[in-house]
Ligand binder design. Structure first.
Ligand code: G3P
Ligand code: MG
Length: 251
C-alpha cells in the first residue's frame, strides 16, 4: 500500500497541548487538524501494550519506578494527566488497543514508535504488533511502525511484514544505509536538530522519504522542507501550521 505521509505529524499526540501518549492527546491532535499522530508503545510487566514514552513512571504519572516492573492493573490506576495540567486530572495510560480504536474513530493515521524498556525489544515489538495486526481494519492504511531499536524493527519485519517500517536514528551508525536496506524500511526518521542540507540529501539518496523530529518552530520547519524533508513531528500541529501559513483559526 502506498504511504501517504502528511507534512505535519502530531508528536506523542499533541504534546504541547495535552498530556503525551494519552487519548486526550490524540483528540487534541485530531481537533487541531493533524492527519497523523506519533505514539510511543511499551509493554507492562505482564505484557500489555500501552502508550508510554519514558522507561520510568516519574515524569508523566503520579508514581515512580520502572514501567517494566508494573503490571497493567496497577499502571491503569495511575493519573497520567495531572502532571501536565489540572484539567487533565484522571487521564489514564491508554492501552494500545484503545489507541488504535481512537485513531479509527478520529480517522487519523498512525506512526507507532516501538519504544522498548531495556532488554525488552523483541517482546515489545512482537506483542504490540501481533495485537495491532489483529485489531487494525484491513481496508485502512496500516500504521507506520518505527523504532530506534534494530531488534524491534527486525521483529516488526517478521510479525507485520507488510506494514511499513521507519528507521529512527539520533546518531546514525556508519552502516545506517545497509541497516535500512536489510530492514527494508520505507522511511528514515531522524533528529531534526542534527541535520544539514547534506545529511538530508544522503538520506534522500536512498529513495526514502525523510521524517524529522521534533520541530515546533516555523523557521526550522521551512528549512527542513527546503532540504527535502517530507514530514515533521510537532508537539503543536495547529500552532506550527498557523506559523507556516500565516493563518489564524479564523483564517
Ligand atoms: O518518532 C519520533 C520521535 O518521537 C522520536 O523521539 O524520544 O520523542 O520518542 P522521542
Ligand atoms: Mg516517539
Amino acid at each position: 500500500m502506498s504511504l501517504s505521509i502528511p507534512r505535519l505529524i502530531g508528536h506523542r499526540g499533541a504534546a504541547r497541548h495535552a498530556p503525551e501518549n494519552t487519548l486526550a492527546g490524540m483528540r487534541a491532535a485530531a481537533l487541531q487538524g493533524a492527519l497523523w499522530v506519533e505514539l510511543d508503545v511499551k509493554i507492562t510487566a505482564d505484557g500489555v501494550p500501552v502508550l508510554f514514552h519514558d522507561d520510568d513512571l516519574d515524569r508523566t504519572t503520579n508514581c515512580h519506578g520502572p514501567v517494566a516492573q508494573m503490571d497493567f492493573t496497577s499502571l491503569r490506576r495511575l493519573d497520567a494527566g495531572s502532571w501536565f495540567g489540572a484539567s487533565f486530572r484522571g487521564e489514564r495510560v491508554p492501552t494500545l488497543a484503545e489507541a488504535l480504536q481512537a485513531a479509527i474513530l478520529l480517522d487519523i493515521g498512525l506512526n507507532l514508535e516501538i519504544k522498548p524498556c531495556p532488554g525488552r525489544d523483541e517482546q515489545t515489538a512482537g506483542i504490540a504488533l501481533s495485537m495491532a495486526l489483529s485489531l487494525w481494519p484491513a481496508d485502512r492504511p496500516p500504521p507506520l511502525v518505527s523504532s530506534f531499536s534494530v531488534t524491534a524493527l527486525e521483529m516488526a519485519q517478521q510479525v507485520a511484514p507488510h506494514w511499513p517500517r521507519g528507521y529512527l536514528m539520533d546518531e546514525p551508525p556508519d552502516d545506517w544505509a545497509a541497516i535500512a536496506d536489510r530492514l527494508d524500511v520505507r522511511t528514515i526518521n531522524i533528529n531534526a536538530a542534527r541535520q544539514t542540507a547534506e545529511s538530508i540529501a544522503a538520506y534522500r539518496a536512498t529513495g526514502r522519504p525523510v521524517l524529522a523530529y521534533t520541530v515546533n518552530e516555523a523557521e526550522q520547519a521551512r528549512r527542513l522542507f527546503a532540504w527535502g524533508v517530507t514530514g515533521i513531528f510537532t508537539d503543536t500541529p495547529q500552532g506550527l501550521f498557523q506559523a507556516l501559513t500565516g493563518k489564524g483559526p479564523k483564517g
